[in-house]
Design a protein around this ligand. Sequence first.
Ligand code: DHB
Ligand code: MG
Length: 228
Amino acid sequence: MAFTPTNLTDWIRSDKYHNHFLIPPNDALTAAVKLSEQNQFASYAVSEAQGKFLNLVAKSIQARRILEIGTLGGYSTIWLANALPDDGELVTCEISEDFAKIAQININNAGLMDKVKIIVGPAMTTLPNINPNASFDLAFIDADKQSNVEYFIQAKRLVRKRGVIIVDNVVRNGRVADPKQNDPHIEGVRKLLEYIKNDSTVEATTLGTAGEKGYDGFLYAVNMSSIN
Ligand code: DHB
Ligand code: MG
């Protein structure tokens, strides 16, 4: 079967079509998108279908503790925290005080203030200070791409054996694989891929996604180290 190339218009239509069957409207998520749009950063959040995917991964592994690096407006935070049991906890790191304030509004609006803790400050500084009694089941990395390796190393330290680490934006419209491209975000993804290649205690794959946020992808990794 031959496929003709498609474009963003087709991907948006396709996402909307599938979501209409599979993802019921959620007022708190809709409000979070609206508030993010008013603050001009909605486009950096994951798509609705990707948010649901994160939620389902968390449910599949019965996650009780989730770590997020890069809160932004809290859109993925809400999707993830909605998968937690009553006594579950999500810790999310955000560098910007302004974003954290907006995220907190969105999280409160979703009724998740008791489950979600926002740590404000550069994750490079705050993550090494996290030493929980219980390890995390799942980590979602979606912050500055230059620091992907450092964040991944910290996530691996904090996530239990066979816990999952998902990294956003590892395809970037195919530019990560294009040798002509060398901006620091793309280099940050390449360094992560190189790091994982040389780390025998992690198994990973890239899941390319084309949808309303364009052509990008998640890196899906499982922590196979025995230290946790
Ligand atoms: C960018 C960052 C993101 O996390 C994302 O999902 C899309 C774009 C960016 O920095 O351009
Ligand atoms: Mg992202």
